[in-house]
Write a protein that binds this ligand. Structure first.
Ligand code: PLP
Length: 416
């Protein structure tokens, strides 16, 4: 890689974090084990103590620098502690940190207007939440209220959140607890790599019609789907699937919800929203992660007509639409534009994908390389023919990735 003249040039990076004299990894690990919930502890057996973040890099307690290829958890789309975003947050925090729906506040209204300007069609009414889960919970509730139908269709292998309704819509046993899951139907996943119909999106969509015919009264409340499944392993939906599915759902009276929590906010490079690559316009769009660059904020955007359902009762969210997080979110949109980060995701992401595909030619353990822009995935398999997931190898690979990202990526990037 280091010799490749066609490689996109990386901006010069010169930053040394201030010296760290806080608690070391062992002490934090002990506290974490004793005082923090044990969920996901199995992910890493040697967690890093990350004390600083600057743009695309993380720094550990010894000042070692890592390329943050995960971008937080697909959250940090403008870089860690981007100066413009930090400034917007600090300035707002100095004026007022919390303001409710009872008062007017320009930071909230300005961000809503800016988000609406990024939306196609009549999608312009914004409701702020604190997370992707809350945004999806609200979207499902709106769809049910608006249509009067409780039936929701989501995709197998999709991920939509960790509260009761969204966990019901999520279709991966790994992420499901024993929640009551009424009125949710999981449709065949249009997965070009593992699905029965390859890249023929319309064939997968027939399952939606079957669910409507055999699993409901013939009417549905809504359909929710990511444009590229993130938690499910960066699965791009087969072309033609979403237009066909939206058609069937709308004929059955349902609303179409695009979960853009991971695929939205310019990450896929080719478009600002993931659904745009499929040529559809949803009735409701949900978002989180990237819109705050790591600040807790989510949003639901829908049409003025659909939003009217929220006037039927009193509905509000104490922290959603907090002026500090909306000021940060607004700064994110400005940075994305100013620094042409969507274009960057397209150019660098396409280059990275092309090179990962070349690695696939050399290494049998790589079964598939997929995704768009900076939402890319490499699937590891022990047998390419049978597509057997390389389960045992994954934790080994994850534990070595951090060394890889210091040693290999850092050298490669500094010489580009
Ligand atoms: N939807 C998608 C596509 C996600 O990837 C996630 C989180 O990973 C969520 C919803 C839930 O968002 P949060 O973790 O902010 O509640």
């Amino acid at each position: 890689e280091t010799e490749n003249a066609c490689a996109p040039k990386m901006p010069h990076f010169d930053y040394t974090p201030p010296p760290y004299d806080g608690p070391r990894a062992e002490e934090i690990f002990r506290k974490r084990t004793e005082f923090l919930s044990p969920s996901l502890f199995h992910f890493y057996d040697r967690p890093l103590n990350i004390v600083d973040g600057k743009m695309q890099y993380l720094f550990d307690e010894d000042g070692r620098r890592y390329l943050d290829a995960f971008g937080g958890i697909a959250t940090v789309c403008c870089g860690h502690c981007h100066p413009d975003i930090v400034e917007a947050i600090v300035n707002q925090a100095k004026r007022i940190q919390h303001s409710t729906v009872l008062y007017l506040n320009h930071a909230i209204a300005d961000f809503a207007e800016a988000l609406a300007s990024k939306m196609p069609g009549d999608l312009k009414v914004v409701f702020f939440t604190n997370s992707g889960t809350e945004a999806n919970e609200l979207a499902l509730m709106i769809a049910r209220l608006y249509t009067g139908s409780h039936d929701i269709i989501s995709l197998r292998n999709g991920y939509h959140g960790n509260a009761a309704g969204t966990m019901g819509a999520t279709a991966q046993s790994n992420w499901k607890f024993n929640v009551v899951q009424t009125g949710v139907h999981h449709a065949l996943n249009p997965d070009p790599y593992r699905g029965a119909f390859g890249s023929d999106g319309e064939k997968y969509a027939r399952d939606i019609q079957e669910i409507i015919e055999f699993g409901t009264t013939g009417r549905v409340g809504g359909f929710i789907s990511e444009a590229i499944q993130g938690v499910g392993g960066i699965v791009e939906l087969a072309p033609g699937y979403l237009p066909a599915a939206y058609n069937m759902v709308r004929k059955a009276g349902g609303l179409c919800i695009a979960d853009e929590v991971q695929a939205g906010v310019a990450r896929t490079g080719s478009h600002f929203w993931g659904f745009e690559a499929h040529g559809v316009i949803p009735d409701i769009v949900t978002m989180a992660k990237g819109i705050g660059n790591g600040i807790p904020i989510g949003a639901v955007v829908t049409t003025p007509e659909i939003a009217q359902v929220l006037t039927r009762r009193s509905y509000f969210n104490t922290f959603g639409g907090n002026p500090v997080s909306t000021a940060g979110g607004h700064a994110v949109l400005k940075v994305l534009e100013k620094e042409k980060l969507q274009e960057n995701a397209f150019v660098v992401g396409s280059y990275l994908k092309e090179r990962l595909k070349m690695l696939k030619e050399k290494h049998d353990i790589i079964g598939d390389v997929r995704g768009r822009g900076f939402l890319l995935g490499v699937e590891l398999v022990t047998d390419r023919q049978a597509k057997t997931p390389a389960k045992a190898e994954i934790s080994h690979v994850m534990n070595h990735m951090k060394d890889f990202f210091i040693e290999v990526m850092d050298i490669a990037l500094s010489k580009l």
